[in-house]
Design a protein around this ligand. Structure first.
Ligand code: NDP
Length: 478
């Protein structure tokens, strides 16, 4: 794996359409800010509906032949694409650190290695799908669903893009990707990898710009067949509403407010240490973060002791410094949102158990991490996705109460449960209304289905399940 390059291209003037760098039809640009320094350091075109038209045309033309390729051919292309992206590992890590402030060591793992692992799991998943099935006098075939419009957020920009692009290409679909305007530069590495892998022209297209311009044009486009969206509930709702105009298939991966439940016999230290790691990772800007720590009331003080000890190891600062463990949040707006929620926590009388609620002074969109104790489920900090380094500890009285609290959310994306008795933990996990649960610290699996219940969205990403989201089903009777 190459790790040598350290000066990725940050001045991008073109979209990537039909296998080529294409000048935008408009003249507006998006400037890209480094959230640690507040300096504008890069730019991309602010695309528009005409750019989307050109990209969708190209994806439609390419679909005619790409959809007819064999599973083996697509598997080979996908592996070449993965290798090409893997050779850009250091560029991915550096760029995402510049675009959104992920500390560089975490960036190498979570922003660069993770997407490679996701792509490899998609390749493996392709071999597990039964594309042809016999049911009585019918042959049931699974076929690519068409042109996919992919809209991605800024928190794990390359990871979220490849979860969609990789699965769509594996299914035989063609794609138009619109990355977040906050982190558009790293998406260009996907286009470079597509060129290096020799992907046929038009199979992967990239149009940069904002949600109301490019995103809505994709969702409304009559020749886009599927919309795959990751981001806020508000954004997902807007995409779904627009997509309804042309009865498009939609999959949504939205927010979360996941519960990390310590049962009375669970490993308190591990549960709390992993829980703290979760809310600090990527400055809490992770949709699956366990932002509610649900603990036996009698153990809350012991829990706080472990939280405080874990907080002593936090190093806030320059994300390019490999000693830094907590960088800034992605934008000024994000910082203001998090600060507003922290203020609401103190207003609603939650107790500050670790960290502090002081606003950061000085350069960069930093937020001091904070842990609230004695949080009640009805409080805003227990209900709203904060997307910052903020943890709420919610004490419970008995297991039934713990389950009630865990499920008391409009979201249902992720979660965790800890018990010395694995059967007890599994039984509890099954009653959690959420798409993913870690039992006693079970680790993230890029081959297992990823997605949510309730307002965390619908559809699944990763591996075989991710590909299936981009397949149509046809029954042929004989
Ligand atoms: P958004 O949902 O606004 O952004 C995600 C993507 O959707 C971006 O590419 C954005 O474009 C696009 N988008 C936004 N509005 C529309 C629209 N009306 N039509 C089509 N596309 C649209 O998230 P934010 O960046 O505003 O973050 C706000 C909150 O969302 C966060 O605080 C967090 O709670 C949550 N979030 C959740 C994520 C997750 O992984 N589930 C990821 C990111 C955020 P652009 O921004 O370029 O204009």
């Amino acid at each position: 794996m190459t790790t040598s390059s350290t000066s990725p291209n940050v001045d991008r003037r073109y979209h990537f359409i039909d296998g080529d760098w294409v000048a935008p039809t408009g003249t507006s640009i998006v400037e890209v800010e480094n959230p640690a320094t507040e300096e504008m350091f890069g730019q991309v075109p602010l695309g528009n509906a005409a750019d989307v038209d050109a990209a969708v045309d190209s994806a439609n033309t390419a679909f005619a032949t790409w959809s007819q390729t064999s599973v083996d051919e697509r598997g080979n292309y996908l592996r070449a694409f993965t290798d090409a992206l893997a050779s850009r590992r250091e560029d991915i890590a550096q760029l995402v650190t510049m675009e959104m402030g992920t500390p560089i060591e975490l960036s190498r793992v979570a922003q660069a290695d993770l997407p490679i692992s996701v792509l490899r799991a998609i390749s493996a998943g392709l071999d597990q799908i039964e594309f042809v099935e016999k049911i009585g006098n019918s042959t049931v075939v699974r076929e690519p669903a068409g042109v996919v419009g992919a809209i991605t957020p800024w928190n794990y920009p390359v990871h979220q893009a490849v979860a969609k692009v990789g699965a769509a290409l594996a299914a035989g679909c063609t794609v138009v990707l619109k990355p977040s305007e906050v982190t558009p530069l790293s998406a260009y590495l996907l286009a470079e990898a597509a060129i290096e892998a020799g992907l046929p022209a038009g199979v992967f297209n990239l149009v940069t710009g904002d949600g109301v311009g490019v995103g809505q044009a994709l969702a409304a486009h009559p020749r886009v067949d599927v919309m795959s969206f990751t981001g806020s509930t508000r954004g997902g709702r807007a995409v779904m509403t627009t997509a309804a105009g042309t009865i498009k298939r939609v999959s949504l991966e939205l927010g979360g407010k996941s519960a990390n439940v310590l049962l009375p016999d669970g490993d308190l230290r591990k549960a709390v240490e992993r829980g703290v790691e979760h809310i600090l990772e990527n400055s809490g800007q992770t949709c699956t973060a366990w932002t509610r720590l649900v603990v036996p009331r009698a153990q809350q003080d012991d829990v706080i002791d472990v939280v405080r000890a874990a907080f002593e190891h936090i190093v806030i600062g320059d994300p390019t410094d490999s000693a830094t463990t907590l960088g800034p949040v992605a934008t000024k707006v994000q910082r203001a949102n998090v600060e507003k929620m922290i203020a609401r926590g103190t207003d609603q009388a939650a107790r500050v158990a670790a960290g502090n609620t002081d606003t950061w002074s000085g350069r960069g969109h930093y937020v001091n991490p904070v842990v609230f104790a004695d949080v009640e489920s009805a409080m805003d900090i227990a209900q709203e996705e904060i997307f910052g380094p903020v943890l709420s500890i919610l004490p419970y009285d008995d297991e039934q109460d713990a389950l009630r609290i865990a499920n008391d959310s409009i979201y249902g994306l992720s979660g965790a449960v800890w018990s010395a008795d694995e059967d007890r933990a599994s039984a509890f996990a099954r009653r959690m209304r959420t798409g993913m649960v870690s039992v006693n610290g079970g680790s993230f699996n890029t081959a297992a289905p990823f997605g949510g219940y309730k307002q965390s969205g619908f559809g699944r990403e990763f591996g075989r399940y991710g590909i299936e989201d981009f397949l149509e089903i046809k029954a042929m009777q004989y």
